[in-house]
Ligand binder design. Structure first.
Ligand SMILES: [Zn+2]
Length: 522
């Protein structure tokens, strides 16, 4: 009996993502778009309850939002687009069909490029094709009570959704998770959705199949078998409710299919659900093919011109561009730039802080006479300092106080002033930390110079004052002083620490070191 060589296996991964738009009203009626409304069936009308004879009227704001999403993903926007009916039966869809878009989606054929620094991934850049982005209406929500009855809440029925379909271009589970995170950031920059996965505002489904390397090719987003090979079935995984679950569910499914291939078994084309508790995917139902939906054009809505409706609505600076600018303009490291741009509000705050700081550096008297090179070096140094204080100290304090940056009362001007005081040596890191803690804890915007002067957090570089503290420490620890003088160098750090403690961290460590050593070596 001969053994066939075991082929190298590779996963093919694509994503389908539904995003709830945050328009005021629903997709085809004027009901409030508030899917999470506490009281069930509060926002309903004959249109979104699917009464016969009602007519859907498309929400222009939703079309504009879909155009923005398409543009941000590098898609081309269709000159003419239309809605279609997608038929299926389910209790959350009393019309018997969902109004969606089939062959003429608003946006198609785009790309999103993901960067992976520091060898976290098998490749440092992944270009993900975007097949399409289209509009559709959401279904109602089913609630199963303890008695086994099922209730229907129509608040979500007819809420506008953008569905984004990628090409099967992901090579790893990490790439898929990173795509979802980047998409969330983009949607928030665009202001079209909060895209909170835990709240169901962004729902990710992953298509995964493990294949033998060399048995297929991916061309124009389509997977084709090569040389008469038969491809393994594709599995769709649903019920993924967090970014971590995107990665875990895909990794699990790759492992499951790989084990089945190893055992010489196959699997059906099916939809599986991710179970967060057990960490595995479980079969849900056999997958329908497109033909089963019997798509046809929605006769009650005429075709429309998305670009004419959207007009010249300009896109904001998008996360990737802002990240690149932060590195270029402010000299931030990749990771600082990433942290500071992941949240739109934080990145706007950072921009405001940096422009204040640069103005300040440029206005310094001594700077006026600097040559271009010296100016650049100073700018780079202060940018690194500011980047560090934003990402480490400020975000650390916000985390500690469980405070959202949106509720922070520290103005960019005052934060910039704190960094400037530090840069100019008027306070040291210890003093600045205390001042920032007070600024963050306060309910109002306080000037750091004011806190510094009032609390005496300024740097103690007055050598007379320091000399008095040093001689008090030397008198308090005669045994340690004896040991140091006998040649035990490590004791020096203890004594220096005592002096720093006595100044409450307010002294410049280098100055303390110089004076203390001079005193001990006398
Ligand atoms: Zn309605």
């Amino acid at each position: 009996m001969s053994h066939l060589p075991i082929p190298t296996l590779v996963p093919i991964i694509g994503l389908e993502i539904h995003v709830e738009l945050n328009t005021k009203s629903k997709m085809f009626c004027s009901c409030s778009n508030d899917p999470g409304a506490g009281e069930p069936n509060r926002h309903v009308c004959p249109v979104c309850l699917a009464h016969p004879g009602t007519l859907p009227v498309p929400n222009r704001a939703a079309i504009v939002a879909a155009v923005k999403v398409g543009r941000a993903l590098g898609c081309s926007i269709r000159e003419l687009s239309k809605f279609d009916r997608k038929h299926y039966f389910y209790p959350d869809l009393p019309k018997g069909y969902q109004i969606s878009q089939y062959d003429e989606p608003i946006a198609e054929r785009g790309t999103l490029t993901l960067a992976f620094p520091l060898e976290t991934n098998t490749r440092d850049e992944a270009e993900i094709g975007i097949r399409r982005a289209h509009l559709e209406e959401d279904t109602a929500r089913l609630l199963h009570d303890q008695d086994g009855a099922t209730l229907v809440d129509f608040n979500r029925s007819g809420a506008p959704l953008v569905e984004i379909v990628t090409d099967p271009d992901f090579k790893t589970a990490l790439e898929a998770k990173t795509f979802a995170q980047e998409l969330q950031t983009i949607l928030r920059y665009l202001g079209v959705s909060d895209a909170d996965m835990e709240k169901g505002q962004m729902r990710v489904e992953a298509n995964i199949s493990v294949q033998a390397a060399g048995s297929f090719e991916i061309a124009s987003g389509a997977v084709r078998p090569l040389g008469g090979c038969r491809l393994n079935n594709k599995v769709e995984v649903k019920n993924i409710n967090s970014f971590r679950a995107v990665e875990r569910a895909i990794e699990f499914e790759i492992g499951r299919q790989t084990r089945l291939i190893g055992a010489g078994e196959s699997w059906p084309q099916e939809t599986r659900g991710w179970d967060e508790d057990t960490g595995e995917t479980l079969p849900q139902r056999a997958k329908e093919n497109a033909a089963d939906y019997r798509y046809f054009p929605e006769p009650d809505i005429p075709p429309f011109h998305p670009l004419a409706l959207a007009g010249d609505s300009l896109l904001p600076e998008l996360p990737a561009a802002r990240r690149a600018r932060f590195r270029e303009e402010y000299g931030f490291s990749y990771s600082d730039a990433k942290i500071l741009t992941d949240d739109k509000f934080l990145s706007d705050y950072t921009d405001a802080v940096m422009s204040e700081i640069i103005d300040w550096v440029c206005s310094l008297d001594e700077t006026a006479s600097d040559t271009g090179d010296v100016k650049e070096q100073k700018k780079a140094k202060i940018a690194r300092l500011a980047g560090n204080w934003l990402t480490n100290k400020l975000l650390g304090l916000l985390h500690e106080h469980k405070k959202d940056i949106r509720r922070l009362k520290v103005s960019p001007e005052n934060f910039a002033e704190l960094v400037a005081l530090l840069y100019a040596g008027r306070i040291n890191a210890g003093g600045a930390t205390k001042i920032l803690a007070e600024m963050v804890a306060a309910g109002t915007d306080i000037d750091p110079t004011h806190i510094m002067e009032e609390k005496g957090y300024g740097q103690i570089n007055d050598e007379v004052a320091l000399a008095a503290i040093i001689s008090a420490v030397i008198n308090s620890y005669p045994a340690q002083v004896e040991q140091y003088r006998a040649g035990k160098e490590p004791v020096f750090h203890f004594l220096k620490g005592m002096v720093m403690k006595a100044t409450e961290g307010g002294a410049e460590p280098a100055v303390v070191e110089k004076l203390l050593r001079a005193e001990l070596d006398k």
